[in-house]
Design a protein around this ligand. Sequence first.
Ligand SMILES: C[S@@+](CC[C@H](N)C(=O)[O-])C[C@H]1O[C@@H](n2cnc3c(N)ncnc32)[C@H](O)[C@@H]1O
Length: 213
Amino acid sequence: MLIRDMPGVKNKSLSNRSTEWLRRHLKDPYVIQSQKDNYRSRAAYKLTETNKKFKIFENVKSALDLGAAPGSWSEVLIKELKSPTRIVAIDLLEIDPIPGVEIFKDDFTSQKFNDYVDNSEPFDLIVSDISPNMTGHRQTDFLRSMEMLEEAFALTDDCLNPGGHFVAKYFRRGDLGQLLNDAKKKFTKVSSFKPDASRKNSSEIYLVCYKKK
Ligand SMILES: C[S@@+](CC[C@H](N)C(=O)[O-])C[C@H]1O[C@@H](n2cnc3c(N)ncnc32)[C@H](O)[C@@H]1O
């Protein structure tokens, strides 16, 4: 049954959009591949591509995955890191268990989570695929995504080992400003990367900070 024909669907234009989205989703090669590879979402390939280009998994034993639900990045980390010692994933949403991953349901900016990471061993890799709730207002959404990026970047002070890497999503709607300067001082190499798996019509892009000094 088409979504627009389902009982209770009154908003025909919305249901047309949903139908179109579903059609595109089911034909999407990354969705098809994620089903074959047993990943929870097509987002997995954004991380595998980033690793292919920047070799961010080399010598990495521990990783922190921010905004991890439904969990495909953690699945990639478990599968691709050589003998991982610790992988921690956090999201506001519930994440079904992933063997070998320590999962938290919380805001990654909460005092409780920050106390937890501050009091544990630093990681070799911090990745953030955080998407804040979008309002549709360009400037507000950019500021929200910047706020998340800054909070995630702040974790690289004490929670990332020297030699470790940081990868985080942001939205290409404005200037990274001071954060980019700070990143260049703190890391050996800083790049922005749009993986092929990231939809062309999305303004998301990833900041890749390689090798903390
Ligand atoms: C695009 S999804 C992540 C997909 C994930 N990388 C994967 O591969 O399955 C973005 C996630 O960011 C989470 N998020 C947004 N704000 C957050 C916050 N303050 N703390 C923790 N998670 C947050 C959302 O709940 C959402 O699940």
